[in-house]
Design a protein around this ligand. Structure first.
Ligand code: NAI
Length: 463
């Protein structure tokens, strides 16, 4: 078998891996990146963030045309959608973006290897692609990511009962869809299919949806999604799901049985660290499969590093990308650092949810005294012109120092608005810093400004 050598080899070409490889090449490192898929970009680009947002946008536009246009005086007759065209558009976006990585690799001099990579020893990965090859390197960076968690009592067949990948490519709109799990994936995919006409039931084991996000925001989201037609049932634990012919039968703890055309299992993700030869180098994971690393992202083996979903923490593409930059820069002696306190998160329901920093629940639990400023989008002119006056911005600031500790937004374009909050927090801003910054009018960002003013009890447009 052919043997090649590089300074750094990155195992996995998702947001963690491809970004690490590009940054390494930029820093003059001879780097290779291995991925078993034909397209680089990982779950995020191929079967996650990007295709789901493509479908969320298409389905939202259809829904708006059907229910929102008339308020603008726009009349439509014979409105229809073409699911195949939506799927084709989604594929084109994925192809463009994954093709972009190929182009960047080429231009920056990253050597790609396609095939399943497995450790042979702590400086060698065997890649089983069309032409098997042994790739050796001084340093190896594991970026193998995660995959949908399976539950032993759910009989997934990858067709009628499947995970998020399946739900991104349903061949037709299921009349009845049951979604198990009321987290990010469950609610985003429920939104898509609900807008396209499915009768969607979301079954969530906990007493609330989206565990981990600010409780008040989750409650508002629950109410809004319910109004949109989602049948969300909390405190509902699914005991089993199986296929019977063309139907799926879902049993709930307590005895109730539900039937649907399709079932989406969205109960979390699990690290993809098995079957990559960790045993060959004596690298152990914790019992859930996560690899432990130190501040340099180094594992217990000096030459082996790991970042992204496979080391745990927030399973978010941008957290992985940030770790990639910090990890590679530290390899060459730069003093980069990772600030885990300021990692924004966005849920692409309608309206969107954007958050960064601590929730009220976390602050209470930590015994931190805080002040709160709220601006409802109903007090924002731009929101009204968009027909998006639902939702609010909430800023939480330290009661003594006024430093911003958390910002939680539910409303139009919250995913974009949250960037201002993240930048402010990264700079250690006080709520007064935001309040004293002139925000353009009429923009949605004025709601962030107004919430900051409200922290000090001097909001202008709300009482
Ligand atoms: P999740 O952990 O966010 O939610 C899973 C939900 O399933 C939980 O609320 C849990 O209580 C519930 N559950 C578990 N077992 C159950 C059962 N037997 N019956 C009923 N409910 C049950 O996981 P999710 O939504 O699958 O997302 C996985 C990861 O992907 C997350 O870490 C998320 O951060 C990431 N992601 C991020 C997105 C974004 O940034 N917009 C979009 C999609 C996913």
């Amino acid at each position: 078998m052919k043997t090649v050598r590089h300074e750094l080899v990155v195992l996995g070409g998702g947001p963690a891996g491809y970004v690490a490889a590009l940054r390494a090449a930029q820093l003059g490192i001879d780097v290779a990146c291995i991925d078993e898929n034909n397209q680089f970009g990982g779950t995020c680009l191929r079967v996650g963030c990007i295709p789901s947002k493509a479908l969320l946008e298409s389905s939202h536009l259809y829904h708006e045309a059907k229910h929102g246009f008339s308020a603008h005086g726009i009349k439509l007759d014979g409105l229809q959608f073409d699911l195949d065209a939506m799927m084709t558009r989604k594929k084109k976006i994925v192809d463009t973006l994954t093709g972009g990585i190929d182009m960047l690799f080429k231009k920056r001099g990253v050597t790609p290897y396609r095939g399943r990579g497995k450790f042979k020893d702590n400086e060698t990965i065997q890649v089983d692609g069309d032409e098997p090859v042994l790739v050796q390197a001084d340093q190896i960076l594991v970026c193998t990511g995660s995959r949908p968690a399976r539950l032993s009592f759910i009989e997934e067949d990858g067709d009628r009962i499947g995970n998020s990948t399946t739900a991104l490519s349903f061949p037709d709109v299921p009349e009845r869809l049951i979604v198990i799990g009321g987290g990010y994936i469950g609610l985003e995919m429920s939104s898509v299919w609900n807008r396209l006409g499915s009768k969607v039931i979301v079954l969530e084991a906990l007493d609330r949806i989206m565990p981990g996000i600010d409780g008040e925001v989750a409650q508002l989201a629950h109410r809004t999604l319910k109004k949109q037609g989602l049948d969300i049932r909390t405190s509902t634990f699914v005991d089993s799901a199986k296929r019977e012919g063309d139907e799926c039968v879902v049993k709930i703890k307590g005895g109730e049985t539900l039937r649907a055309d399709r079932v989406l299992l969205a109960t979390g993700r699990t690290p993809a660290t098995d079957n990559i030869g960790l045993e060959a180098i004596g690298l152990e994971t914790d019992k859930r499969g996560f690899i432990s690393v130190n501040e340099e992202f180094q594992t217990s083996l000096e030459s082996v590093y790991a970042i992204g979903d496979c080391i745990g923490g927030a399973m978010l593409a941008h957290k992985a990308m940030e770790e990639a930059i910090v990890c590679v820069e530290r390899m060459v002696g730069m003093k980069s650092h990772m600030n885990y306190d300021v990692i924004p998160a966005v849920v692409y329901t309608h309206p969107e949810i954007g958050m960064v920093g601590q929730t009220e629940e976390q602050l209470k639990e930590a015994g931190i005294e805080y002040k709160k400023g709220i601006c409802p989008f109903g007090a924002n002119g731009r929101a009204h012109t968009l027909g998006e006056s639902d939702g609010r911005v909430k800023i939480l600031a330290d009661a003594k120092t006024d430093r911003v500790l958390g910002v939680h937004i539910i409303g139009a374009r919250a995913g974009d608005l949250i960037a201002e909050a993240a930048t402010a927090m990264e700079f250690g801003a006080s709520s007064e810093d935001i309040a004293r910054t002139c925000h353009a009018h009429p923009t949605l960002s004025e709601a962030v400004h107004e919430a900051a003013l409200a922290v000090a009890g001097r909001a202008i447009h709300t009482v």
